[in-house]
Design a protein around this ligand. Sequence first.
Ligand code: SF4
Length: 276
Amino acid sequence: MTTLRDTLRARLALERACGADLLPVPRAALARRPPAAPIQTSVRPGAPPSDRSPSRSGGTPAASKAGVPVSPALQVSVDPVKAAALAALETRAKACRLCRLCETRTQVVFGTGNPDADICLVGEAPGEDEDRLGEPFVGRAGQLLNQILSEAGLRRADVYICNVVKCRPSVLENGRRRNRPPEPEEVVRCQPYLRDQLALVRPRVIGAMGKFAVTTLLRVDAPMGQVRGRFQTRDGVPVMPTYHPAYLLRTPGDIGIVREDLKKIVAKVAEMKSKG
Ligand code: SF4
């Protein structure tokens, strides 16, 4: 039986065989530019009203859904050029047929959130709910993520959220499609989209949620229990490995761990901003 570890090892081997130099992106590409003139906080066109947040540039105190104050260090503005470039990349992705997942997807799930976010959260791949709704981290796992973000002092609209793979990997069983992990070739073919997303968003800190994201971003093949909770830096960008919300649905006792990991991300952003 093929295990997740086997799949990840195979994917790493395939990447190396291809000579892929995909992630993380070069330091220069991730170097943050001076902030753009503040405009209203951007929300992806068509995003649900729950994702819409007021401008955080006008000095109005912000609070997460749970009433936890949002750290001023995380209050960001939006670069309209960056937002347009991301929209153009999304348009390209939506027409993508680079791997076989295009044959079974309902739609491409590109990413959502603030294009100028300091924090980017990267998950694995769309599941059934994401495939149906066209947005990453929705359904029960998404609700749990929203709750944990709120407890960490973040709103969903404060961060940019995407997956390693943009189309749902699924397998037909007994007449019904169920989620499956991405195959190595699917990950490799899709990586340019993630690479370009990160190069455009240029987050100060990345949260790698789950084994696939950790392996893709950091190229480490170690149990999550060993790597989570400690920043690793690739090309100058701190990456925090932590558990995926879907794992937390099965293991709710670890919710507090992810909450603490997200708080470390918030603190890291504040620290980086204080240094300019
Ligand atoms: S998973 Fe990625 S590479 Fe494959 S069809 Fe979708 S967008 Fe293209």
